[in-house]
Design a protein around this ligand. Structure first.
Ligand SMILES: C[S@@+](CC[C@H](N)C(=O)[O-])C[C@H]1O[C@@H](n2cnc3c(N)ncnc32)[C@H](O)[C@@H]1O
Length: 256
């Protein structure tokens, strides 16, 4: 069961959403892109997952081929490129605004390739040692197939570092959490200034909530994502609730 229940209520639509769902209710990732890293910088929960990922990289054999699926502005690819300078890293991201920022941020790294693609468009060779997919699966259509796509990218025994938003995005709850953190560090005036600069974030978070309510974006409990991942051919090595109970983190290995 989810460890967090939002003010809007908790429920799961499971994996079997109607095929006819109207996918026009979605986030405008390009509009989100410009303020996305403001969220990344000022949200301790976002930072905690980045730290977890970096620590995880220190525990595994150096991967040769890494995919960052739905890599956004490249924050996870940046860590992978820094910690694994000899690895080949492919950042796969369909949104031009998001990937444009990632390209600018990661220009100095010669080992990163950028593919402006959705995961559905990848022809998978099945040789990756590590696939990263953070806060992107929920926004994709047909999670069963998308999890199978993630599995197909990996060699047997390869790692999947998966984080997914599962519970309804409670915009008011996040607003108070972020504001009280910002206030501690920057005072009320500073917090208000950052909120103003990042006003697009609240707008797009509302869009996420709307898309979740309409069933366009996937919501799930901890148990549901675990069974979906196992059904796609993974063994779960570690699972925990993150992002204030809104998301699930799963470290998995591809079964032979
Ligand atoms: C919330 S952002 C996460 C970005 C990054 N992983 C991070 O955690 O900072 C979600 C990203 O998923 C991407 N996305 C949406 N549908 C996708 C698909 N079908 N295949 C790959 N990426 C997708 C979006 O374009 C967006 O950049």
């Amino acid at each position: 069961m989810p460890s967090h229940v939002s003010a809007e209520g908790s429920s799961s639509v499971g994996l079997h959403r109607p095929e006819s769902v109207d996918r026009s209710a979605q986030v405008d990732w390009s509009s989100y892109a410009t303020s996305y890293d403001l969220l990344s910088e000022h949200n301790p929960e976002y930072q905690a997952i980045l730290h977890d990922f970096e620590a995880f990289l220190g525990t595994i054999e150096k991967p040769q081929l890494i995919y960052d699926i739905g890599g956004g502005t490249g924050n996870y690819t940046e860590i992978a490129a820094r910690v694994c300078p000899d690895s080949q890293i492919r950042l796969v991201e369909p949104d031009a605004g998001m990937i444009g920022l990632a390209k600018a941020k990661l220009a100095a790294h010669r080992n990163v390739r950028f593919d402006t693609l959705a995961i559905e468009g990848i022809d998978a060779p099945g040789t990756a040692d590590l696939v990263i997919c953070v806060h992107a699966l929920y926004a994709m259509p047909a999670q069963e197939q998308r999890l199978a796509d993630l599995r197909r990218l990996l060699r047997p025994g390869g790692w999947l570092y998966l984080v997914d938003l599962g519970r309804y995005m409670n915009v008011g709850d996040w607003r108070s959490y972020l504001f009280s953190n910002l206030k501690k560090e920057h005072g009320v005036a500073g917090a208000l200034r950052i909120f103003w600069q990042g006003r697009e974030i609240a707008k797009q978070n509302k869009a996420i909530f709307k898309a979740q309510k309409k069933g366009v974006y996937w919501t799930h409990t901890e148990a549901e994502i675990a069974s979906a991942v196992i059904a796609a051919g993974f063994e779960i090595v570690r699972q925990q609730s993150v992002y204030r109970g809104y998301s699930d983190l799963l470290v998995c290995r591809a079964q032979p």
